[in-house]
Design a protein around this ligand. Structure first.
Ligand SMILES: NC(=O)c1ccc[n+]([C@@H]2O[C@H](COP(=O)([O-])OP(=O)(O)OC[C@H]3O[C@@H](n4cnc5c(N)ncnc54)[C@H](OP(=O)(O)O)[C@@H]3O)[C@@H](O)[C@H]2O)c1
Length: 308
């Protein structure tokens, strides 16, 4: 019988890409596990009884927790709402998994960092100090602590700047927005002083699928290098870019003049939540755990914009 994996937050950007990765027709992970997705209606992570009921009902080998309160600006005005899902909710999922004896992959974020430059040459590593400057970041950092304390074997995966590139009702991610603005406006102003790790959601889903399958396969052979169990890992697109550089690349891929994108500063675009100036995530921990590195952000962006 195929290994059962339960995806919480399955209607979201990453959760739905992960379901497609396992249930879709062609990729390397298609059909390798019995993936079941639940949204907040079936498994509200703020309701510990509902979480336990879902884990008992589906009896997964591993839960991948993609459920989160991700409205970064709204969280500044309602931090308790972010904590309910991202901290208390994450803890409830971890306790239910630990009690049921199932594994857990818990998703987290670059916003746990302060946004000051990290010491590593290729970005922030899992051991760099956590010092969030936003309500969302504080709630996710509290969630990491709750997960680690309730389920020491859980794998916490931080990612960053995730995009699908596809328009969604009620908005869309940065790449989708740039795609739309290229058609609507002569020029676009984009900040050039925030540097991060653009991450194509399909690449991230493929990486999370690989990680989950490694965990489901059980302990490594004696003498093998340490695997991912119990670790905090960073999974994000390779390289680094500013939002301005990403926007220019979107225009280039669309065959438009990238000079129609104009650089501006963060101060020119005030937002309720301060954005990290530097939150590049190093891929070192991911490779060190024996997992396939995510490709560089630039070819990934080209693939996203070419995707049907
Ligand atoms: N997107 C990014 O750029 C980014 C960057 C770094 C880290 N991350 C992390 O990656 C993970 C996935 O993010 P995403 O981009 O896929 O987020 P998303 O598109 O906003 O999806 C989050 C999902 O969480 C669900 N959810 C919200 N409250 C819930 C609750 N109380 N109980 C159960 N489910 C609930 C939502 O489902 P309903 O609609 O059913 O409520 C939604 O489908 C999160 O941990 C996020 O913090 C994302």
């Amino acid at each position: 019988m195929a290994t059962r994996i339960l995806i919480a937050g399955a209607a979201g950007q990453l959760g739905s890409a992960l379901l497609s990765e396992w249930r879709g027709g062609t990729g390397p992970h298609a059909g390798r596990v019995d993936a079941v997705g639940v949204g907040s209606a079936e498994m509200d992570v703020t309701d510990p009884a509902a979480v336990r009921a879902a884990v008992t009902r589906f009896r997964p080998r591993i839960v991948v927790n993609c459920a989160a309160y991700t409205a970064v600006d709204a969280a500044e005005a309602d931090e308790p709402a972010a904590h309910a899902v991202n901290a208390a909710g994450a803890g409830a999922v971890a306790r239910a998994c630990a009690d049921a004896g199932c594994g857990l992959v818990h998703m987290s974020t670059d916003y746990v960092f302060s946004g000051e430059r990290c010491a590593g040459a290729d970005g922030c590593g899992p051991d760099d100090p956590v010092d969030p400057r936003t309500a969302y970041g504080r709630s996710k950092a509290a969630g990491e602590r709750a997960v680690r304390s309730a389920h020491p074997a859980a794998v916490i995966v931080r990612t960053a700047w995730v995009y699908t590139g596809a328009a969604r009702p009620g908005g869309g991610d940065f790449v989708a927005t740039m795609r739309r603005l290229e058609a609507e406006r002569e020029s676009v102003d984009v900040v050039d002083d925030q540097c991060g790790s653009p991450t194509y959601v399909r690449d991230l889903a493929r990486g999370i699928a690989e990680l989950t399958e490694v965990l489901a396969a059980g302990p490594a052979e004696p003498g093998a290098r340490p695997g991912p169990v119990g670790r905090t890992l960073h999974a994000a697109g390779g390289g680094a870019a500013t939002w301005y550089e990403v926007a220019r690349a979107v225009f280039e891929e669309l065959g438009a003049d990238p000079d129609r994108v104009r650089a501006c500063r963060t101060e020119d675009m005030p937002r309720p939540a301060p954005r990290p100036r530097y939150s590049v995530l190093s891929g070192g921990s991911w490779a060190d755990a024996g997992l396939t590195p995510l490709r560089h952000w630039r070819p990934a962006l080209a693939a996203a914009l070419a995707a049907p």
